[in-house]
Ligand binder design. Structure first.
Ligand code: ZN
Length: 332
């Protein structure tokens, strides 16, 4: 791993090379080329797991096999006093492998067939968690609601992977079999008539702008970065539409965008998921739900909001173009 100083030294050396090149190529003189991937200033690196194989992600990742053990394959409660009680009676909140669909054969539990997983998975579904922390989100999914999702993304940018990507998680109804999902920590979007009142219970404002302040009853947040202050990327609440109604929401943190971009890039490389989102004829991100036909044909990123009229996540504050640009694709 590069030290910061070593990174700066190499950046300076590369800049000199670029300047030397400018003598013969004046058109390049105004821009220093970006550092090659392996020369960028250090960020904690992690790995995600698909079909038993590890793939590098330019973001901190905690696997389900590591503390604090957000393990969606576990059949017991993780936090609450009923810990130890078997969850099986609460229904299929996760199925190992992927079931046969549309002529694509079953991906068996413990399969290492990454090519077959690529055939199954065509969508990366983005949610906000209405919990404001990944710890609370995992508690709600695992211990209370009998649901599951492959990734949790906390306010400090930590990604938790809860199971191998070959498993079918319960997070997006008709998309479960063909998707990988992430729950992004954010308290969510609210109708404009009630948004101010609701969001003031979760955010305070100081001279630097708004920041997430958990209410006194909240309990442990589980955030890994000590003393982390979660600030929305945009200072003002963002207003926007979902299924024809207007909502307001605070933006996600810069740390979340950075990690989500890194995760999206890796998923696009590993599973061939295009870095695009459903758009209308004018190129605007869709705020309604896709038709069944559009849904079946879609391959790429997608919000829960675009899967069903009952949902508004990841919400009007979520900046899809920012994500896609950071993930390395060119937005249309
Ligand atoms: Zn959702």
């Amino acid at each position: 791993m590069l030290t910061l100083w070593e990174g700066l030294r190499r950046a300076a050396a590369l800049a000199l090379v670029a300047l030397a090149a400018c003598v013969t190529q004046p058109s390049l003189s105004e821009s220093v080329p970006p550092l090659p991937k392996n020369e960028r200033p250090e960020r904690p690196k992690g790995h995600i797991v698909a079909c038993g194989e590890r793939f590098a992600v330019d973001a901190p990742v905690v696997l389900w096999t590591e503390a604090p053990y957000y393990d969606a394959t576990s059949t017991t409660h993780r936090f609450n006093p009923k810990a130890g009680r078997v969850l099986a009676e609460e229904g299929p909140r996760l199925v190992l492998g992927r079931k046969e669909r549309d002529g694509i054969p079953t991906l068996q539990p413990n399969s290492g067939d990454l090519a077959l997983l690529r055939e199954h998975v065509t969508q990366f579904v983005l949610h906000y968690d209405v919990c404001a922390s990944s710890r609370r989100c995992f508690e709600v999914l695992q211990d209370m609601r009998g649901l599951s999702v492959h990734f949790l993304l906390d306010v400090d940018g930590t990604i938790y992977q809860t199971c191998d990507l070959r498993e079918t998680c319960w997070h997006a109804s008709q998309a479960n079999g063909r998707s990988v999902g992430v729950e992004i920590a954010n308290i969510g979007a609210y109708p404009v008539s009630s948004a101010a009142e609701t969001l003031e219970g979760w955010y305070s404002i100081d001279e630097e702008g708004p920041f997430l302040q958990y209410p006194p009853w909240y309990g442990e947040t589980g955030i890994r970065t000590p003393d982390f202050v979660a600030r929305p990327r945009q200072r003002e609440r963002v207003r926007g539409f979902a299924h024809g109604a207007e909502f307001e929401q605070y933006d996600f943190t810069p740390e979340q965008y950075a990690s989500l971009a890194a995760l999206s890039r890796t998923l696009s490389e590993v599973l061939d998921i295009p870095l695009e989102v459903p758009r209308d004829a004018e190129g605007r991100v869709r705020t309604d739900a896709l038709s069944d036909e559009e849904f079946r044909a879609w391959s790429g990123l997608i919000g829960h909001q675009q899967l069903t009229t009952r949902k508004t996540d990841p919400g009007p504050a979520f900046d899809w173009d920012h994500l896609i640009q950071r993930a390395g694709a060119v937005a249309p």
